[in-house]
Every structure is written in structure tokens, then in C-alpha cells.
Write a protein of this length. Structure first.
Length: 232
């Protein structure tokens, strides 16, 4: 991803309104809203929530990260927003440098604590994603929504790349890694490549409706399919 000359294009940003899209190169990470700094991933998530989830002002939201344009948008729109980060070996619910640490496979929140749960690019790194979906279903109150992005692959079925963790980690395919903000590039193992069966996996975890939605307009040629689900 060689940076090229900056291109600017008018943007009706789902995160912040009339703006400009800055395009520094072909990779989606080099495309951002100039005002809210939203990437195509965050802007797709915001567009999905705005299009589907009613009554945001009364909703208690939980976002599985502590930064980003989607979180900033949730903070402006929702009644309250809880956040957390995952840190290896830190007990769920404890604080590290003022940041709440949570493992989505075993959240420390009480049942029915939230009305909207969101995440971007988290679940492909969760060893037991079904446990994570069950936990988000548990902490959502009736009427709650789940909205998340993962890298989607052009396949009907999800492919598991690894299973277990720590000493019991087993690679089923050559290991693939993504970077993250806390641990640096190439640091986080990809456990699976999600296919079009993602909504079925989410329904298996207890959600009533689960479906994929793609923003009608792209952001500089990039847009993400978003997984939306409800708990009745
Ligand atoms: Zn924006």
C-alpha cells in the first residue's frame, strides 16, 4: 500500500454530516472522513446503526473498543456508552490505566445491561466466537441490537483457521495476523475467515433476527458489510 497523492471528494458522512473524504491510497485504511476521521469500516457501521436501530437517545450502548469515529458518533447519539479493551491476562471487569478490560467470551456485565452492542474487527480474533455472541446476547436487554463488522470473505461457510489459545493453541491453516492499536502490526491471530453463514452463527447464539447489510454508497470505493441482529 504505497501512499499516493491525496485526493479529496465531497462526502455526506454518516458520522458527521457534510464533509470531505480524504483518499491517500487504494487501501481502505488510507481512506478517511476529513472531519470525524472515520474509516470505511467505522462509517459503514455508523450507517448501519443509523439505518436500522431506532430510539438511539434512550439506548445504553456498549462498544468493544475505546477509540474511533464510530465510538465518537455513539457518544453523541446514545443515552450512555460503555467501552472496554481486551488485554491478555487481565481479569474481566478490572481497570488498567483507567480502561475497563473485558473478554467478550466472559463479560463481567450483568444480564440486560445494554440496548446496543457494537464492535469493529474484533470477532475474527476471538477463540470461541459463539461464546462471545452468547455473552453479548446475555448483556443485551429485550429489544436490544447487535451491530458488528468483521472481514467478510466471498464464501458460503466460515473457515476456522485456528482453535484454542495459550498452550492449547492449534493452527488448522497457516497462521494469519492483523495488527491492532495496542499490540502493534501483525500481532493478533486471525481465528477464522467469516463467510455468509455469519448471521446463522449469531442466531445459533440466541439472537432472533440476524442479517447482513451493506451501505448503498461506498466511501471512496470501500464499504463494509455489517452484521445486524436483534434480541426480542
Ligand atoms: Zn465524518
Amino acid at each position: 500500500m504505497k501512499p499516493s497523492r491525496l485526493r479529496l471528494a465531497p462526502l455526506r458522512c454518516p458520522g458527521c454530516g457534510p464533509s470531505l473524504l480524504a483518499v491517500l491510497g487504494d487501501d481502505e485504511m488510507l481512506v478517511r472522513c476529513l472531519r470525524c476521521r472515520g474509516t470505511p469500516v467505522h462509517l459503514s457501521l455508523v450507517a448501519a446503526v443509523a439505518a436500522h436501530v431506532p430510539g438511539l437517545a434512550a439506548r445504553r450502548a456498549y462498544e468493544l473498543s475505546t477509540t474511533g469515529a464510530a465510538l465518537a458518533w455513539l457518544r453523541r447519539r446514545c443515552g450512555s456508552v460503555a467501552t472496554s479493551e481486551y488485554l491478555d491476562g487481565v481479569e474481566p471487569g478490572s481497570l488498567r490505566d483507567g480502561v475497563r478490560c473485558e473478554d467478550v467470551q466472559r463479560l463481567s456485565f450483568a444480564d440486560g445491561s445494554f440496548d446496543l452492542c457494537t464492535s469493529t474487527e474484533v470477532f475474527e480474533h476471538v477463540p470461541d466466537d459463539r461464546a462471545g455472541f452468547r455473552e453479548l446476547h446475555r448483556v443485551l436487554a429485550p429489544g436490544g441490537w447487535l451491530a458488528l463488522t468483521v472481514p467478510m470473505h466471498d464464501a458460503d461457510a466460515t473457515v476456522e483457521r485456528a482453535r484454542g489459545s495459550g498452550a492449547s493453541l492449534e493452527h488448522l491453516l497457516p497462521p494469519a495476523y492483523h495488527g491492532d492499536r495496542l499490540n502493534g502490526p501483525g500481532s493478533v491471530l486471525v481465528y477464522r475467515d467469516y463467510g455468509r453463514d455469519l448471521p446463522a452463527r449469531v442466531r445459533d447464539a440466541g439472537f432472533d433476527d440476524a442479517f447482513l447489510w451493506t451501505p448503498p454508497r461506498s466511501f471512496g470505493g470501500h464499504r463494509r458489510t455489517v452484521m445486524l441482529a436483534t434480541r426480542r
